[in-house]
Design a protein around this ligand. Structure first.
Ligand SMILES: [Zn+2]
Length: 414
């Protein structure tokens, strides 16, 4: 909770780093700081906790491969006729183009569905309002203001329920679960008494003071069984990621599995009898049983090295990652649109569909993981973390860590 003396303390502590950062910013004008400098003194919210009773129900959707404007709106009961009509509207041409990792905000009030998107710098807002089979579209410019909010809570039941009790918006809880999900297994690791502290931003309209959307988490601390994991948001090479305060990316360079919710039907085994050839032939990958047509995603960022047919692998894709790693996806029914030799792919992107082409007894995905040209058990490999903060960004990163850590330390009461 804020008090007057707290406020003075915070302002004193903040002013110094804020000035520092401004100096750096002017010193290196050519650098693209990508909004990481937004946390200045006057933007820290000093509102009381009952303030966020006004936060409307809003869903933040992070676009996954295969999500489209059409598939998203259909889920909200908008008619296909109207969606197709909007798709032909030239003003909406950019708005309806969904790319992986884009953020879409959806708000439903009665019969009205409102879809919002921000430009990359977060300062242009496009709003599409749909009601009674009609739609309105508007683009608002430079009348938005970001306000930093702080929440903290102690886990007493589930992470989600405890967060809700402390008025943490759903989309922020969703982000929190994503950020710490790489390191914490929520089913096994969470204990009563674990603590969470979050700095996030709300985006307000400057003209009418209304809350437009809840933005990203800027910094968060999770004290799990007495051990603190602290992260901050930082953009590097155009990609927003979360990094621990020692500059390690929390995201792993590889996902655990290339299919969501699939069962492993055959493990990596150097002495397996081949089910079709009936000879002892090493099984150099992991098989996932799944229905024909199930989406297969690339487990890491990379470049497609091969996307073709072979007698044994059927339709298969090889992807090279960071020169050192190669992943292989075999027996595919089909390749996803745009996947061919030389295509650039990003983690989680759909690259193909489960099938039984080549030497396969039934529909499944055969997945291989190679390190420096050697086969490795995909289940046992400990994936490296995605790229950490590079030397070029390190100074700015350390400043932001210091600034945000101090803000949390001064506000926290748990
Ligand atoms: Zn296999």
């Amino acid at each position: 909770m804020y008090t007057g003396s707290h406020l003075k303390l915070i302002l004193t502590i903040l002013i110094v780093p804020a000035i520092f950062i401004l100096l750096i910013a002017t010193d290196a004008e050519t650098r693209d700081f990508e909004n990481e400098l937004e946390l200045t003194v006057e933007e820290i919210s000093l509102e009381s906790a009952d303030y966020d009773l006004s936060i409307p129900e809003e869903t933040k959707i992070i676009v996954k491969s295969g999500d489209t404007f059409y598939s998203t709106l259909i889920n909200y009961g908008v008619s296909s006729v109207l969606i197709n009509k909007m798709a032909l509207d030239k003003r909406l041409r950019e708005f309806i183009r969904f790319r992986v990792n884009d953020r879409i905000y959806i708000r439903v009030e009665g019969k009205q569905v409102e879809m919002r998107r921000f430009s990359n710098d977060d300062y242009f807002l496009d709003v599409l309002t749909i009601e009674n089979d009609e739609y309105k579209f508007s683009r608002k410019r430079d009348d938005l203001e970001k306000v930093v909010q702080y929440r903290e809570f102690i886990i007493t039941d589930s992470l989600y329920a405890s967060g809700k009790k402390s008025n943490v918006p759903d989309s922020v809880l969703g982000d929190l679960i994503y950020i710490f999900g790489w390191d914490i297994d929520y089913a096994y690791d969470i204990r009563n008494g674990d603590k969470v502290r979050i700095l996030y931003e709300d985006i307000y309209s400057d003209s009418n003071g209304k809350l437009i959307a809840t933005g990203d988490i800027l910094a968060a601390e999770f004290i799990n069984r007495g051990e603190k994991i602290a992260v901050i948001r930082f953009s590097q090479r155009g990609r927003k990621d979360y990094y621990t305060t020692d500059s390690t990316n929390v995201r792993k360079a590889f996902l655990r599995t290339p299919i969501e919710f699939a069962r492993i039907s055959s493990h990596y085994n150097p002495n397996r009898k081949h089910p079709i050839l009936n000879t002892i032939r090493a099984h150099k990958g992991t098989d996932y049983a799944a229905k024909t047509g199930t989406e297969v995603v690339t487990t890491g960022d990379g470049i497609v090295k091969e996307a073709k047919f072979s007698r044994s692998y059927g339709n298969y894709i090889d992807i090279v990652h960071y020169n050192k790693y190669l992943t292989r996806y075999a027996h595919l029914k089909d390749f996803a649109r745009g996947i061919k030799k030389g295509s650039k792919v990003i983690q989680g992107q759909t690259i193909g569909y489960v099938g039984s082409t080549g030497l396969a007894t039934g529909p499944h995905l055969h997945y291989e993981f190679h390190i420096n040209g050697k086969h490795t058990d995909p289940v046992k490999v400990e994936p490296p973390n995605a790229q950490s903060i590079n030397a070029y960004n390190r100074k700015l990163f350390d400043m932001l860590v210091k600034e945000r850590t101090e803000i949390i330390a001064n506000i926290t009461s748990i």
